[in-house]
Design a protein around this ligand. Sequence first.
Ligand code: C5J
Length: 229
Amino acid sequence: MTEIPATPAPFPFDPATTALLVIDMQRDFLLPGGFGESLGNDVSLLRAVIDPLAGLIAAARASGVPVIHTREGHLPDLSDCPPAKLRRGDPTQRIGDPGAFGRILIRGEYGHDIVDELAPLEGEVVIDKPGKGAFYATELGAVLERLAITSLLVTGVTTEVCVHTTVREANDRGYECLVVADCVGSYFPEFQRVGLAMIAAQGGIFGWVADSADVVGALTTTTASPVTA
Ligand code: C5J
């Protein structure tokens, strides 16, 4: 057990019981010309996450900490997409419509998959999720239980939507969550700032916040012996 410098206090870190969760780093959200940009968003704010996250993923892999990826998306017939989600907002394009990179947020389409820079390695868990939270209607809880994981290093996009929803779900299930500040991203700078502040407020109501340099530092000085199932 070691500690990672974090806000509001050092994060107790045991690589044997920790996983790195990489949320929704998908082309539909991140690529110029894609769905995210079609909603009027500046995707460069999300793309800034790619480099530090690639470094963090590499450090986790080297130290034996499991890397678990998620993808938000739906079955081609949209049977797992509630009408309320489909109707939400006023986009020029909706989930399931043809987009620049295939049908938007549909499993199996090019845009639904993870950006090349962060592609999962063979054998890494990829969770397909229909909701914002990574626990809802997925096997994530069972995977974490099988790996004996009790702490999560949380990364990905977007900070105030899928990252926050997942951290809240994880809290209610008893996981310790460290959100890595420069490895989560929002289209809205104010939401990024406030989203991170909300995690660590009130003595860490949802968890801890740290920079990737400090997390990588801890990973490179420790090694996990992952549980295999
Ligand atoms: C959104 C996500 N923002 N992954 N999805 O719709 O945060």
